[in-house]
Design a protein around this ligand. Structure first.
Ligand SMILES: NC(=O)N[C@@H](CC(=O)O)C(=O)O
Ligand SMILES: [Zn+2]
Ligand SMILES: [Zn+2]
Length: 333
């Protein structure tokens, strides 16, 4: 079996910087024709110069014009209309993090209060800049995403013209939001379609599967699979591939993030094929994102086939998901 994907996109990706950028960026551009690049560097990407120079470093690390880095800004409620107008053409979205909720989010929003955020969000709505959100409260770890739903609802109602993307959703509660508000969309990762909390912590602790939001219950994974496999038009693939060096994962304070960039598309193809829904993969990994973000990415083709692939133990310092294991599908060379 095989499938030819046209212009596959990864609409939530961490490329980091420096040596790590050089290691991971080519692993994304080998598969994808573009990606929405997250701004949670240290310090975060918060102005036009930072966006432009980071984009330049990404292009240099990839060394090909067949990959478009769609850039994001790290949300701050101090952004003015003049600032957002002059950066508008350099970014695809603004990414909002609750302060301290995930990797490098210390400079995020401390109080997610609609009135405090209103001036900035109204400008974004006027300028048609989508808002991407890491939607978790600071409550009990398994309830954090569900507890964030009232905030998504308040934002969707207050800014009906603002496109809101719930990033890396993990719960049935988030899936249910998609059909409730016209202006709410979502990304779904590979790992949240595959694992539950049992895989992370049900047996021996698996640090390389530890991420934010944490993988949830079986019924949550079912709900995610349902909309992804059927390519619900409001969901897009976003790997949330989040590389950390091995020593930061295999540590007593384990960094959050699963590194999936090199295996994402083969494993997705295997998953969709196993469900007899391979024809829906094109929409999930490309067409839906083009429609939601109104983008025309570079035209590429990638052939995936059911020839097994051995996943490397590591890529420099980074351990990928399924390290050392065999997966059923691969990219045709
Ligand atoms: N998902 C993660 O667990 N980690 C991401 C941050 C994020 O997307 O929340 C990272 O930057 O490492
Ligand atoms: Zn996140
Ligand atoms: Zn992320």
């Amino acid at each position: 079996m095989k499938i030819t994907l046209k212009s596959p996109l990864d609409m939530h990706l961490h490329l980091r910087d420096d040596e790590m950028l050089k290691t991971v960026a080519p692993l994304s551009s080998n598969s994808f024709c573009g990606a929405l690049v997250m701004p949670n560097l240290v310090p975060p990407v918060t102005d036009k110069d930072m966006v432009k120079s980071y984009k330049g470093r990404i292009i240099e690390a990839i060394g090909s014009d067949c990959f478009e880095p769609y850039m994001t800004l790290f949300f701050q409620d101090s952004y003015t209309r003049a600032f957002l107008e002059q950066v508008r053409d350099d970014i695809l979205a603004v990414k909002l993090y609750p302060a301290g909720i995930t990797t490098n989010s210390e400079g995020g929003v401390a109080a997610l209060d609609v009135e405090t955020l209103r001036p900035t969000l109204q400008i974004m709505s006027d300028l048609k800049i989508p808002l991407c959100i890491h939607g978790e409260s600071n409550g009990f770890v398994m309830d954090r995403e569900q507890e964030f739903m009232p905030i998504y609802e308040a934002l969707a109602q207050s800014f009906p013209e603002l496109s809101i993307v719930m990033e890396h959703i993990t719960t049935a509660a988030a899936v249910a939001m998609l059909d409730r508000y016209d202006n709410i969309y979502a990304t779904i990762t590979l790992h949240h379609l595959l694992i539950t909390l049992d895989d992370v912590a049900g047996g021996m602790l698996k640090p390389h599967l530890f991420c934010k939001p944490i993988a949830k219950r079986y019924e949550d994974r079912e709900a995610l699979l349902h909309v992804a496999l059927n390519a619900h038009p409001k969901v897009m693939f976003g790997s949330d591939s989040a590389p950390h060096p091995q020593h930061k994962k295999e540590a007593c304070g384990c960094a959050a993030g699963v590194f999936t960039a090199p295996i994402a598309l083969p494993v997705l193809a295997e998953l969709f094929a196993n469900h007899g829904l391979l024809d829906n993969l094109q929409s999930f990994v490309s067409n839906n994102a083009m429609n939601i973000y109104n983008i025309t990415p570079p035209v590429t083709e990638l052939v995936l086939e059911d020839t097994p692939m051995h996943v490397p133990e590591k890529y420099n310092t980074v351990i990928p998901m399924y390290a050392g294991e065999q997966i059923g599908w691969s990219i045709r060379k």
